[in-house]
Design a protein around this ligand. Sequence first.
Ligand code: S3P
Length: 177
Amino acid sequence: MPEKRTMANLALVGFMGCGKSTVGRQVARELGFEFVDTDQLIEDRAGMPIPEIFASEGEAAFRVLEKEVVASLANQTGRVIATGGGAVMNPDNFANLKTHALVICLWASAETLHERTRHQSHRPLLQQEDPLGTIREILKERGPVYKQADVIINTELRPQREVAAQVRHQFQESSCT
Ligand code: S3P
């Protein structure tokens, strides 16, 4: 169990396609929390969609916006926060989330993540000739970081409502300790 902290919010981390937004929305509804998505907040700030930010400003500029957005959530309460898959690769972002949120990682294998993302085109990092190879490569690098979450939930072969129920349960448990 995570050490005793203020769990004003619940943050979902994990690779692209692991279900952070879908699960997050459902959990927020069930908890009566507000759902926020860092990607959406970034797009609102930039006034353009993420693929356009990557294309016109580059990934580094995207990460600057991402860091600002993550920092802006620190004084909020009652939020379920879905983070972009790369957000916690910046240790400042991870540390920041842990000051106010229970951080839950949704885990899936590279093959499953590929299956879930292969027909989508809004993720610039996966617009490659060999998306599965790319997923494997990035996951290898990110895996050890994702595993520093307070809780890791395996989403393989499980319906999203079941994953959502487990996320909610973990959050409620942590809030009672
Ligand atoms: C990214 C994940 C995306 C988005 C951006 C970069 C990443 O969010 O932040 O395309 O580095 O993994 P999702 O995880 O919500 O797809």
